[in-house]
Design a protein around this ligand. Structure first.
Ligand code: NAP
Length: 463
């Protein structure tokens, strides 16, 4: 299926597992090296590449997705192969990778989400942002989820990061504004039927400690379909925050505060929906009736300074119930364990020393195995952050290869192994067929693309 280029004596074969930004940046850095000369086999459990750029970035953020062009250029290398529809731990084991590659890099991201760990989290109407984002973006894992947007009025979104901004914006947006994007048709239909009119965002710390980007909160405040509101009292900063702002607060904190001040001071025009930002408040219990969510019991917080000055929240013993038909938890992602690969249960990442995988936290290095991206450092940073991160890991891979610390694999017969297991391997050329079909289906209705969200449909197209 693949056409091969002859290897040089110093050619090293690398398996990159995961085809999101961190996987592609690792491939890029590896392919740039001339000695050793790398060949990269990139694996993904889905038939489609690009990870969160395809399955996470919001449909109304098409500009961000243009980074895919750079990944396509990397995939053009005759030393790059895509092994889509192959799951590590099911179709090929960690030991089998060790036996077939000189080095292995895991770029598996963080595929699950953090839990609040409070009563009522399993009530109907309580969702994670991960599943909602995956659903509207056509991720096969979440395609069949149902979100009761029709019939709901009050929505609470927990978390003050960019994922919370995405979720609130998609829910508060006029669906007509999404109609020409790559949002899935079923999600658009469901958003058109939405009866939501009030969204409340809960930040457990103060406005200065919000971790959304200034551009994201401004975008939310600029929607034609929703009014952003906050109580001006929420912007009165206590001593802990004032001291923090004078020392090591991120620059975005000031920008966010300035913007929120302008929102609090501006006259609100009536719009179909209201988005209200609440701060210093944490959900402590999700209340329900007959198994369905009815309200979020919250405790007001105050801030105290950690020894390094970082403001942290603690409960004040003052409680309040916020009526809610739906709750979306946008409190961060976490990794899922992979069979045969070490996992740090508490941090939800693969334990590592600057990218060299270790058998446990601060344990011995697993020779030939590396990690990049969110699986390495946790769910932080923007897409571009993964480029520097991948370079850091690849520098160690080069150093180890130079010091004779690569693995000693058998012949290159991964394709034959997978075929013997009847795995329907999806190559990059196959993906390009899926891509072209999605674009053409989208063009028929004036959309950027109409995604396939069912793996069987993608494989049927490929025949
Ligand atoms: P995040 O930036 O870490 O934000 C998580 C939020 O949840 C924080 O406000 C955090 O508060 C809060 N939180 C955590 N545990 C909580 C709890 N038990 N109760 C209440 N609140 C809790 O995570 P994210 O929003 O999932 O984003 C992940 C990364 O992707 C970020 O780097 C983000 O910038 C990036 N991203 C970027 C874009 C974009 O550029 N458009 C879009 C999406 C995601 P504390 O701060 O108090 O911990």
């Amino acid at each position: 299926m693949f056409t091969e280029q002859p290897d040089r004596e110093d050619t090293l074969r690398v398996a990159v597992v995961g085809s999101g930004p961190s996987g592609f940046y690792a491939a890029e850095a590896l392919l740039k090296s001339d000695a050793p000369r790398y060949r990269v086999d990139m694996f993904d459990r889905l038939p489609t590449p690009f990870g969160l750029v395809r399955g996470g970035v919001a449909p109304d953020h098409q500009k961000i997705k243009s980074v895919i062009k750079a990944y396509e250029r990397i995939a053009e290398s005759d030393r790059f192969r895509f092994f889509g529809n192959v799951l590590l731990g099911r179709d090929i084991s960690a030991d089998e990778l060790s036996a077939r590659y000189h080095q292995v890099v895991l770029a598996t991201g963080n595929e699950s989400d953090r839990r609040l760990g409070i009563a009522g989290e399993d009530l109907e109407g309580v969702y994670s942002a991960t599943e909602f984002v995956g659903w509207y973006n056509g991720h096969p894992d979440f395609r069949n989820r149902e979100f009761a947007l029709s019939g709901a009025r009050n929505v609470v979104v927990v978390g003050n990061g960019n994922v919370a901004m995405d979720v609130v914006r998609i829910l508060a947006q006029n669906p007509d504004r999404l109609a020409d994007t790559d949002i899935t048709d079923y999600a658009l239909e469901s958003l058109r039927e939405s009866t939501i009119d009030k969204l409340t965002i809960l930040g457990r710390r103060g406005p200065a400690q919000s971790v959304f980007s200034p551009g994201e909160i401004k975008e939310l405040g600029s929607l034609e379909s929703a009014t952003l509101t906050l109580d001006p009292g929420a912007l009165e900063l206590g001593d802990v925050t004032k001291a923090w702002l004078e020392n090591d607060a991120p620059r975005d904190a000031i920008k966010n505060l300035d913007y929120l001040r302008s929102v609090a001071e501006s006259e609100t025009e009536p719009k179909p929906r209201t988005v209200s930002c609440r701060f210093l408040i944490s959900p402590v219990e999700l209340l329900g009736e007959d198994g369905r969510l009815t309200a979020v019991r919250c405790e007001r917080n105050e801030l105290y300074a950690r020894s390094n000055g970082e403001p942290r929240p603690r409960g004040t013993g003052e409680f309040e119930d916020i009526p809610a038909d739906l709750v979306f938890k946008a409190i961060g992602y976490r990794g899922v364990p992979i069979p045969g690969v070490p996992f740090h249960e508490r941090w939800g990442i693969i334990p590592n020393a600057l990218g060299r995988i270790t058998e446990s936290h601060e344990g011995p290095v697993r020779q030939g195995w590396y990690v990049v991206g969110w699986a390495k450092r946790g769910p932080t940073g923007l897409i571009g952050t993964n480029r520097a991160d991948a370079k850091e890991t690849v520098a160690l891979m080069l150093e180890d290869a130079d010091n004779g610390l690569a693995l000693e694999p058998i012949a290159d017969e991964t394709e034959a192994l997978l075929k013997s297991r009847n795995v329907r391997l999806v190559t990059f050329a196959d993906w390009q067929l899926i891509d072209a079909e999605e674009i053409s289906r989208g063009a028929a209705t004036g959309k950027v693309r109409e995604k396939f969200s069912i793996i069987a449909d993608m494989l049927t197209l490929l025949g």
